[in-house]
Design a protein around this ligand. Structure first.
Ligand SMILES: Nc1ncnc2c1ncn2[C@@H]1O[C@H](COP(=O)(O)OP(=O)(O)OP(=O)(O)O)[C@@H](O)[C@H]1O
Ligand SMILES: [Mg+2]
Length: 324
């Protein structure tokens, strides 16, 4: 199965490009699912259909869905609470719900919940679809979400080391006293685990690390995943894309291609837009210099809003070389 992400600055044409790509794939006979990960969804507006969390068939070989962020976050926190309860049985006496309520507003929770949702979609889609296309929110949010598993990995490895040290101490106490150490919480005595095999916290940490490795592998595997960067021929989107690419490359996430969208025609431009054309030439020069080696496609500014499958097909003609 192929997985495609379309990333870029706000308004450059990520949704339009993802839809055009997905429609083109579906026309080649690939069962394609397009998913909007943008909290401000407009995938349904571009396809001119009402969408929800469940994939909806839009046309032959094409299904679409919009992730329900509130539901995804609520499910993520619920599963987190269940995992904590399982790992720390004695925490039941503490007020875990209050703790989870606070987590809802903690930095990173949304990105983490979306990451979990991506894993879930990719896992279940591999049985049904040939291609999954993700339409993403503007660059900052997407890049933060994509590098989160690498930050997680660092923390999880440190936490595993720390847990090992705790278990070693407990084992030492057990050897000296001939009994497992005991914790008294909420008036109840709990015998504490002394080995990695019997420790539910260590099991949970290792499970989280394995899940995390799975998503790192997905993001880094060029035979499955392609990241397409969308820009307009203007300085700001180009500079933002350059920074995003540098961060993704640093974490080993390869960039597949660049879509330069809304290109003004060189001829027939009215006199008052000449200066704009000069800016465009400068930006196109920057693109050539900064993204050397990347596959680049150019989409002209169209004389209509590319909404609805027929108009999207017009747009899709220009990104054909990426569809394969
Ligand atoms: N080549 C084009 N010619 C004309 N209009 C275009 C072109 N590409 C995109 N548009 C229009 O530009 C607007 C922004 O496009 P789109 O919604 O795809 O951008 P986006 O990057 O997904 O935006 P956001 O960051 O808000 O999600 C839309 O109204 C779309 O129809
Ligand atoms: Mg969009």
């Amino acid at each position: 199965m192929e997985v495609h992400f379309f990333v870029g600055k706000g308004g450059v044409g990520k949704t339009t490009s993802s839809v055009a790509f997905a429609v083109a794939k579906s026309l080649r006979g690939f069962k394609t699912l397009i998913v909007s990960l943008d909290p401000a969804h407009n995938l349904g507006d571009v396809l001119c259909v009402q969408l929800g969390e469940e994939p909806k068939k839009v046309r032959d070989n094409l299904w679409a869905s919009e992730v329900d962020f509130d539901a995804v976050i609520a499910r993520h926190l619920k599963s987190l609470a269940d995992r904590i309860k399982d790992a720390y049985a004695y925490l039941r006496v503490l007020n875990l719900d209050k703790y989870i309520d606070t987590l809802r507003y903690s930095p990173g929770v949304e990105e983490y919940a979306v990451l979990e949702k991506i894993s879930e979609i990719v896992r279940s889609a591999s049985r049904t679809y040939d291609v999954v296309v993700f339409d993403t929110p503007p660059t900052g949010l997407t890049v933060r979400m994509m590098i989160l598993p690498f930050v997680n990995k660092m923390w999880l490895e440190k936490l595993i080391e720390l847990r090992k040290a705790i278990l070693n101490r407990r084992a030492m106490v057990a050897r000296m006293t001939g009994e497992k150490p005991v914790a008294v919480i909420g008036g109840r005595e709990e015998k504490l685990a002394v080995s990695e095999e019997e420790d539910p916290v260590m099991k949970e940490l290792k499970k989280m690390l394995a899940e995390n490795e799975e998503i790192i592998h997905l993001f880094r595997d060029p035979s499955t995943t392609s990241v397409h960067v969308v820009v307009n021929p203007e300085t700001l989107p180009v500079l933002e894309a350059e920074r995003a690419c540098a961060v993704l490359k640093k974490f080993g996430i390869p960039i597949k291609s660049l879509i330069v969208n809304k290109v003004l025609p060189e001829h027939g431009i009215s006199e008052d837009l000449r200066a704009k054309l000069e800016d465009q030439r400068r930006a196109l020069g920057m693109i050539e210099e900064k993204f050397r080696g990347l596959k680049v496609v150019y989409v002209p500014i169209l004389p209509f809003e590319p909404r609805g499958v027929d108009k999207i097909l017009e747009y899709a003609k220009h990104i054909e070389p990426l569809v394969g």
